[in-house]
Design a protein around this ligand. Structure first.
Ligand code: ATP
Ligand code: MG
Length: 227
């Protein structure tokens, strides 16, 4: 199987009061059709890695290849377009727009690409329905539970049928029952044409991935499973 995403000698250094090496010369390959988990203590570099993969942040050195194309971090427009069409991102704190309903939060992600409000609305309703949220479509984020908000965020992340799904501690704010539901929803998104990478502190959820990547101090400590 070919590598869909490749990281070559990736380093990320932050210069704040002191120099912090958040990622240290990382080489990693991710294959389509697989689910990868990132684990490791707080500060080990999991979010930094996901932010680079989402093309939001730029590495200090090294290169990232997606689908055999080296990412040019100076081409912001192209990267933004690739992100909105092909990468679904799920954050710990949902990152929903509070002034918009669940339906609007989800449909806006498609609208940004196709500019067709009718089909965006139909697809958003369908996606919310598939995540068990049919009766929460017109609710605002403040009127939803944490688990519901995270499922709205998942709907938003998948409405454009992304090739890559990145989730950064998607269940970090949820109780165990809701966390399990959200995780089940996330793992249901696995298919042969999609790559899923998530960071978690929960060992049990990490075990559900095809491959566990353990990080420590910006380095890869161990890799367990099918890389
Ligand atoms: N914007 C930033 N500016 C400066 N330092 C940063 C920045 N973002 C992260 N860091 C530092 O980089 C290191 C890696 O942080 P990162 O957020 O990737 O860790 P993490 O593994 O996601 O931790 P957690 O499990 O707590 O989410 C930490 O030492 C952190 O303090
Ligand atoms: Mg983090």
């Amino acid at each position: 199987m070919n590598n869909f995403v490749s990281l070559k000698k990736i380093s990320k250094i932050y210069f704040k009061k002191s120099k912090i090496k958040a990622l240290n010369n990382i080489n990693l390959n991710f294959k389509i059709g697989r689910v990868y988990s990132l684990i490791g203590p707080s500060g080990s570099g999991k979010s930094t890695l996901l932010n680079l993969l989402s093309l939001i942040d730029k590495p200090s050195s090294g290169s990232i290849k997606i689908k055999n194309k080296i990412i040019n971090y100076d081409n912001q427009n192209e990267n933004d377009l690739y992100r909105s069409s092909s990468i679904g991102i799920i954050y710990q704190n949902y990152n929903l727009l509070n002034d918009f309903t669940a339906l609007e939060n989800v449909s806006l992600a498609e609208l940004a690409l196709n500019n067709n409000s009718k089909t965006s609305e139909i697809n958003a309703k369908k996606t919310l329905h598939n995540l068990g949220l049919s009766n929460r479509v017109y609710h605002y984020p403040t009127e939803l539970s944490g688990g519901e908000n995270q499922r709205v965020a998942i709907a938003r992340a998948i409405i454009n049928k992304p090739k890559i799904i990145l989730a950064d501690e998607p269940t970090g704010n949820l109780d165990l029952k809701n966390a399990k539901t959200v995780f089940k929803n996330l793992l249901n998104l696995k298919n042969k044409k999609r790559l899923i990478i998530f960071a978690t502190h929960n060992r049990e959820f990490a075990e559900m991935s095809d491959c566990k990547i353990e990080m420590i101090d910006g380095n890869i400590k161990s890799i367990n499973g099918k890389l």
